[in-house]
Design a protein around this ligand. Sequence first.
Ligand SMILES: [Zn+2]
Length: 229
Amino acid sequence: MAMNDKSPDHRTRGAKRLFTAALVLASGLSAMLLTSCESIGGKYGPGAGVFDTVIVDAGHGGHDQGAKSVSGAPEKALTLDTAHRLATVLRGNGIRVIETRTGDYFVTLGGRVAVSNKTGRAVFVSVHYNWTKRRGAQGIEIYYNDRRSMRLAANILQETLGVYHANNRGIKNQGLYVLRHNQRPAVLCELGFVSSPGENRNLQSADVRQHLAEKVAAGILAEQAGRIP
Ligand SMILES: [Zn+2]
């Protein structure tokens, strides 16, 4: 009886030691896995994951002119034109594209996000041009609002910067409506300032917008392929 009394206790202590060893091993393994996941995603996070569809969102439209350019077409016309070019390039690369607007009419922000949220295996890419009172402000910046959209933003930025040698204003985390309410990885591209006389001259050119569309598409395709920018 004495032995029987003692041995379960002994076995329990042994099992405890084994359990502790297993825990240490498991936490070490998960730390290693986390480290390798970080390096797979790079400093831009895990990426957008698997997608075969792009929601192309032309900013503004209808009574919402967007930014007023220093000369030439307003933002709503430039975004529609660029978005349509982007859709064409993506379709040519076998990507399914859904456009949130295809003409000069108003679409609510909620309506734009709803299209995205009801579509599976998709990313949302919104096209805008920038404006500020300061005429000297120039360059491209890409907004995102969650970690899985960060690498898509960085991939698009990397591709587009060379189009007209724009200032690199970076990728920026901001809770813009169409990003914050989006259930898909989502970015908003500010592809240059129509308030800058020099930059606006570039952006009013159809050739430059075609080149921008091709480079936004290249960034999206790089993200789909898992490129770490
Ligand atoms: Zn805009």
